[in-house]
Structures are given as structure tokens and as C-alpha cells.
Ligand binder design. Structure first.
Ligand SMILES: Cc1cc2nc3c(=O)[nH]c(=O)nc-3n(C[C@H](O)[C@H](O)[C@H](O)COP(=O)(O)OP(=O)(O)OC[C@H]3O[C@@H](n4cnc5c(N)ncnc54)[C@H](O)[C@@H]3O)c2cc1C
Length: 360
């Protein structure tokens, strides 16, 4: 049986581990802190890129692969673990968007339901928003998932599958001999393995630099606010000018997000809280009377055009990468994990692997 160390216990690492474990690989996830607490926890869980027509086909293909299977994944995890990831098709309403024709053409090409709405139709679609918008684009099939719950369910299901979690162990270097990976060195010792997957999110670039591999992945901070409203206050995900509000089933409303290039600094700022509060309360006036219960930041693994690196290292055999999912790691995760496993196990993939290659 093959064995594999996955470096990083975020969503990408855990989904990769799941694909590999289901194919019979003995997987250990080595995680610097606690699994599922970084970007994957911090995200909004929208199961679509925002303004999806603005992304390259490489992102659309992975997103569609994830979207096709998310409901079934959530149901399977719920059944296995009793933890409900709360997949729900709440739709995505984008207000006052420029370039409707481009969006409509993209939707037709990709077989996606996208409608133009005006005036009263917008209000009917989401009665809670203030009625000053003139036009909107509506994607009724877009779903969301509650990512902290998804991570908790995934973790439990991986443990049931026999995946080992080695936490509080930071990988400090990759071990290789004669052009072949032999394992990783961690802060707790050497861990030998036939295969290693770098799925370390925003931190992936430095680890790979140690084996002469350069990928363009950098941290991009995103801050979020959380309101605790009554259930049913808002029904759909609503976006305006790049910001969004996401309604959870229990009445929580997430507001996001900032896009900040400030290095590995995960602190929150008063100015971002004020800006997000203003966006939210202008869009949904009732939020003005509701308490903000939490404010946090996460570091997205930023990459060029949001296209992740998925595949084998060109020179070190047994070394793989699955990193750089930028703003869309939740929706791109399942497709990325499948592609990674296809490459490692020599299976035929339905995707054009070269679009995601490390040396692209
Ligand atoms: C505010 C915000 C909103 C978002 N909203 C959405 C959304 O609505 N929809 C969507 O699809 N995506 C969204 N995203 C993006 C998505 O969350 C990320 O693309 C995705 O979580 C990246 O997952 P990851 O596993 O690569 O990274 P992470 O979750 O950051 O995991 C990487 C892990 O690697 C570990 N690690 C790093 N270095 C080492 C080392 N040397 N040794 C051991 N372990 C190490 C870290 O501790 C961490 O646990 C959002 C992100 C943010 C921040």
C-alpha cells in the first residue's frame, strides 16, 4: 500500500487526504497547529466564485466539478459523522454589476442558470435588501456550506477512514534522496513517506522553495464580521461592489470581506470592521439594530488569476502540490483533491492537467 504525508490540515489537505484514503493510500496529515483553523475556517463558504465570468476556464472547470458533488458530499459526511455541514442552495444575487452581456455569454457557454433582474423582481428575490438597486444578476443554483461544520465533519470522517492527524508539528523541510522524496522533517522529528503533498495554503511557497521550486502563492488577508439575527431575516447571498452578506440557517449573517496584501498578519482592524458594518447595514437596514458577535481575519493562499497549483513536482518524484486556491478554495476543493489523486495514482482525469501544473 502506498503511503503519503499531507502537509497542512486545511480543507485542501483534508479533501486530498479523503480522496487518497478512499483509494487505499495510508495518509498522515501533518499540521503545524490544529487542523481546520486557518483560511478554511475563516471563509464564507459560498460555493461559487464571486462574479464567476471574470475567472479563467481553469477555475470554472474546478468549480463546476465541486458544485456537482457538494450536496452529496455534505450528505455523506452527515450520515457518517452526525455533523451537518449545512449545504443549502440559497442563490447568489449580484446587484448593480457592470458587464451583463459578458456574464450572460459565460453562463450560456458553461450551462449555468443566470438571470437578469430589474426593480420589483430584485425586491421579490430578496425582500430584506434596501430597494435602491436598478439591476441585478441572479444565480439561483448557487449554494453555500458552513465551512467550520464541513471541516469538523471531514475531520471525523477521515479519522473513521484511518487517516492519522499529527498536529502541533510544523514541517520545517522536505527530505529527498537522489531526486526522490523520502519524507518530511517536522518540529517533532523525521516522518518518512513515499509521497508528500504540500497543501499548506498561504504558507506553501516557502516550503517548496527549499527544494528549488517556485510557485506564486502569497497571503491575502480577508476580514469578516458576523451578526446574530433572527432566522429568516435574509434568504439569499447578496453581493454589491465586491462585498457580500451570507445568511446561515440559524439567523447568523456573515459579512465579507476585505482583500489586503499585508503579509502573514492575521490581525483585525477597526477600520475594516467599520467599513464592513457600513456595507452590511446599507444593504440590509435591519442589520443596524442587530449585534455583531464576531470579527476575524484569515489568510487566503493568493495566486495569479486564482488558478491553484495542482500536480507533481517536475523534478522530485513523489512530491506533489495542491495549493493556491485564493478566494475559492471551498468550492474548488473537491475537484482539486480529485485531480491531485488522479495525478498521484496515474488515473485519467477529465481535466486539462497542464492548466494547473507547477511549471505552467
Ligand atoms: C475571509 C475569507 C472568505 C472566504 N470565502 C470563501 C468562499 O466563500 N468560498 C470559497 O470557495 N472560498 C473562500 N475563501 C477561500 C478559502 O477559504 C481558501 O481558498 C481555502 O480555505 C484554502 O484552503 P487551504 O487548505 O489551502 O488553506 P488553509 O485552510 O489555510 O490550510 C493550510 C494549513 O496548512 C498548515 N500549515 C502551513 N504551513 C505548515 C507547515 N510548515 N507544517 C504543517 N502545517 C502547515 C496551516 O496551519 C493550515 O492549517 C475565503 C477565504 C477567506 C480568508
Amino acid at each position: 500500500m502506498k503511503d503519503c504525508v499531507v502537509v497542512g490540515g486545511g480543507l485542501i489537505g483534508m479533501l486530498s487526504a479523503r480522496e487518497l484514503a478512499l483509494a487505499g493510500v495510508q495518509v498522515t496529515i501533518v499540521e503545524r497547529g490544529q487542523a481546520g483553523q486557518e483560511s478554511s475556517w475563516a471563509g464564507g463558504g459560498i460555493l461559487s466564485p464571486l462574479y464567476p465570468w471574470r475567472y479563467p476556464a481553469a477555475v470554472t472547470q474546478l468549480a463546476q466539478s465541486g458544485q456537482a458533488g457538494y450536496q452529496a458530499l455534505a450528505e455523506a459526511l452527515f450520515e457518517q459523522t452526525g455533523i451537518e455541514p449545512e449545504w443549502q442552495q440559497s442563490g447568489l444575487l449580484m446587484l448593480d454589476v457592470a458587464g451583463h452581456d459578458e456574464a450572460v455569454a459565460w453562463a450560456q457557454r458553461n450551462d449555468v442558470v443566470l438571470e437578469r433582474l430589474e426593480d420589483d423582481d430584485i425586491q421579490r428575490c430578496e425582500p430584506s435588501i434596501q430597494g435602491f438597486q436598478r439591476t441585478a444578476l441572479w444565480m439561483p443554483e448557487v449554494a453555500q456550506i458552513r465551512n467550520p461544520r464541513l471541516l469538523a465533519a471531514l475531520r471525523r470522517s477521515l479519522e473513521l477512514l484511518g487517516v492519522v492527524f499529527e498536529e502541533q508539528a510544523e514541517v520545517v523541510s522536505l527530505q529527498q534522496q537522489g531526486g526522490r522524496i523520502t519524507g518530511v522533517e517536522t518540529t517533532t522529528g523525521i516522518h518518512q513517506a513515499e509521497n508528500v503533498v504540500i497543501a499548506s495554503g498561504a504558507w506553501s511557497r516557502d516550503l517548496l522553495a527549499g527544494v528549488g521550486c517556485s510557485i506564486e502563492v502569497e497571503p491575502v488577508r480577508g476580514q469578516m464580521l458576523l451578526y446574530k439575527g433572527p432566522p429568516g431575516l435574509l434568504h439569499t447571498i447578496v453581493m454589491q461592489d465586491g462585498h457580500y452578506v451570507i445568511p446561515r440557517r440559524d439567523g447568523h449573517v456573515l459579512v465579507g470581506s476585505t482583500v489586503e496584501y499585508v503579509g502573514f498578519d492575521k490581525s483585525t482592524t477597526e477600520s475594516a470592521a467599520n467599513a464592513l458594518r457600513q456595507v452590511a447595514e446599507q444593504l440590509v437596514p435591519e442589520l443596524g439594530a442587530i449585534e455583531v458577535v464576531r470579527h476575524w481575519a484569515g489568510l487566503r493562499p493568493g495566486s495569479v488569476d486564482g488558478v491553484p497549483y495542482i500536480g507533481a513536482h517536475p523534478e522530485v518524484s513523489g512530491l506533489y502540490v495542491n495549493a493556491g486556491h485564493f478566494r475559492n478554495g471551498v468550492v474548488l476543493g473537491p475537484g482539486s483533491a480529485q485531480l491531485l489523486a488522479d495525478v498521484m495514482l496515474g488515473r485519467t482525469s477529465g481535466l486539462n492537467e497542464s492548466l494547473y501544473a507547477i511549471e505552467r
